[in-house]
Design a protein around this ligand. Sequence first.
Ligand SMILES: *Cc1c(COP(=O)(O)O)cnc(C)c1O
Length: 343
Amino acid sequence: MIDLRSDTVTKPTYAMRQAMAVAEVGDDVYREDQTVIELEETAAEILGKEAGLFVTSGTQGNQVAILTHTKRGQEVIVEADSHVFYYEVGAMAALAGLQTRPIAGMHGMMPLDEIAKAIRPENIHFPQTGLICLENTHNRSGGTILPLSYMQSVKELAVQHHLPVHLDGARLFNAVAATGISAAAYAATADSIQICLSKGLGAPIGSVLVGSRTFIEQARKWRKMLGGGMRQAGVIAAPGLIALTQMRDRLVEDHVRAKHLAKGLANIRGITVDVERVETNIVIADVSDSGLSTEEFLTVLEQCGVLATAFGGSLIRFVTHLDVTDDQIDDAIAAVAFATRMR
Ligand SMILES: *Cc1c(COP(=O)(O)O)cnc(C)c1O
């Protein structure tokens, strides 16, 4: 199977398996796991923050950050297609007691004037704005990159209003690989950042949340409440360290393959792809002109040995990653061409 559903499907490399076997471990709730400590410090250093916290998933990292930044009854400004709003099971409402203020974005960017208008002034009737969330790269927009200048402008606005900014940087290193801008430069525009080790970087499990030392101390307690206090977690932090230190540079290969896939798909009659918008490792194809529904389309693709994801309406998402070869991309293009001839 050529699995293009997500970059989360990668299997740990041989080096990662080896590192797991020999990892130094201890009880991490007692802060005695040296491998976890090394992972947290490494992530903090790369992102230019004081401290890091190893969490079980990107969702846990985002929600721990949101819980740490806010108080119940506050309002959080989020992009309407953001992961924290769209894909985190309503956690902001259910766990943090927050109201969300979704703003429609362009390629993942909420217009600055819309953010400014959404920030609540003091009024007896109003909830208090507690946080602004950004996402880079932006998943549902097709892995698009938020420009650094845009993030700096959002930060300036937030500072004017004494608001913290949380960056969902699940795929921040894809933005770094594509632009050459450092992760620390992006991270400087946010108070907290969540990065995924288990996507393009290829680790089997986990994310790291980074921020100031005080913030991470408080976040550690929220993580414990959510059941994320782990014991000999060095066995899963070890592949995370390899992901963070050795796998960032190879993300450009995924981007080249995604561009190749996008161009190939764009040449097929019945398929619409905005090739210009393929900035990282995600390709979104519209299959409406093929005459097939997304379900029918995905079924034919699967029969051809290709897996992709339904992405709402007539859209299908393909994601390139560590375990996909150039030949497999060509096979995937051929499978899509075959599917369009099915009707
Ligand atoms: C994948 C992803 C996450 C986290 O997902 P988990 O499955 O919880 O690890 C968060 N934000 C974005 C933008 C993502 O793409």
